[in-house]
Design a protein around this ligand. Structure first.
Ligand code: LP5
Ligand code: MN
Length: 272
């Protein structure tokens, strides 16, 4: 059984911000977004890869300037707005204590979100990239508690080097990856939804924002909403955005440089 999160009012969701030392423009744009959310949203959920690479909460004891800024902005926003963190493939080492430290609450890796009008399954989405066999093996290993405990006891410099090495390996791999295997596998998405008797999936990770319709072999309909990533420092055009699950039942996918896409999704009993 997945844990359930019940929220009221407008719920905003964002993912893949990748905050870190080399993304000051992205961070600036994201902190402006936090301010907007503080005034306009009822709750904010960050669905993983909030950080470029999270290597342990002790970094926050004497934080480098980029992290000090992030902590300041999260805490300030959390004074008026409930904030929820989900782990991604870059920050799977985030824990509840760290989330509390910045005024947020830590969520499980997969959650059923119930709002005034919607019920949906929320995940970062990397576990659904099942065609990427090498990644799934890697994921299984680094999600092991013993390896994580071992890693977290290493000196900070070693952890930074290991994370840097993994990031390098990952970015070199992207160039050789067929676009198909770095996307989620839709059969895996539908299976996950069916397993939990859900019809709407929201995820990030792939950086391919869109609304997809999916069908199972019996012709039942499902929806998949992909959250945008945030990038203002390294590539053009700049990218960002978020999903608003509005209390009036509308859903809005906001994206930088793109018209906002507004839609409604049928309730499960109205689907064929
Ligand atoms: O992140 P992104 O989008 O570039 O690519 C991902 C997959 N890559 C990753 C790796 C992360 O980017 C690095 C995260 C660093 C976090 C902090 C370090 C904490 C270490 C803790 C150890 C307990 O997630 C990439 C996918 C891509 O998404 C698309 O879905 O393809 O997958 C990979 O690049 C993984 C390679 O395929 C396999 C790498 C094997 C490396 C072997 C090392 C063995 C484990 C060592 C543990 C210390
Ligand atoms: Mn990711």
């Amino acid at each position: 059984m997945l844990s359930k999160l019940q929220l009221h009012g407008d719920v905003w969701l964002a993912a893949d911000i990748h905050l870190g030392p080399n993304s000051p423009k992205t961070a600036h744009a994201f902190y402006q977004f936090l301010q907007q959310a503080q005034h306009e949203a009822g709750a904010l959920i960050l669905c993983g890869d909030i950080f470029h690479a999270w290597i342990g909460a002790d970094v926050a004891v004497d934080p480098p300037p980029w992290l000090a800024h992030a902590i300041y902005h999260f805490r300030n926003t959390a004074l008026d707005l409930p904030i929820f963190f989900m782990r991604g493939n870059r920050d799977f080492l985030l824990d509840s204590r760290m989330a509390h430290y910045v005024g947020a609450q830590m969520l499980d890796d997969q959650v059923i979100l119930q709002t005034d009008h919607h019920r949906l399954l929320l995940t970062h989405g990397d576990e659904l990239c099942t065609d990427d066999v090498a990644y799934q093996k890697f994921r299984h290993r680094v999600r092991g508690k013993r390896l994580q405990q071992f890693f977290l006891k290493l000196p900070l410099l070693w952890r930074q080097r290991i994370a840097g090495g993994l990031r390098k390996k990952s970015s070199q791999k992207q160039k050789h990856l067929l676009p198909a295997i770095s996307d989620v596998n839709e059969t895996s998405c539908v299976e996950l939804l069916k397993k939990h008797d859900e019809h709407i999936l929201v995820h990030g990770h792939t950086h391919r924002p869109a609304l997809h319709r999916m069908q199972d072999t019996e012709g039942h309909n499902y929806s998949r909403i992909v959250l945008p990533d945030w990038e203002y420092d390294h590539t053009e055009p700049t990218r960002s955005g978020w999903l608003a699950l509005q209390a009036d039942g509308q859903i809005a996918l906001h994206r930088l440089h793109q018209p906002t896409v507004r839609f409604k999704l049928k309730k499960p009993h109205e689907l064929s």
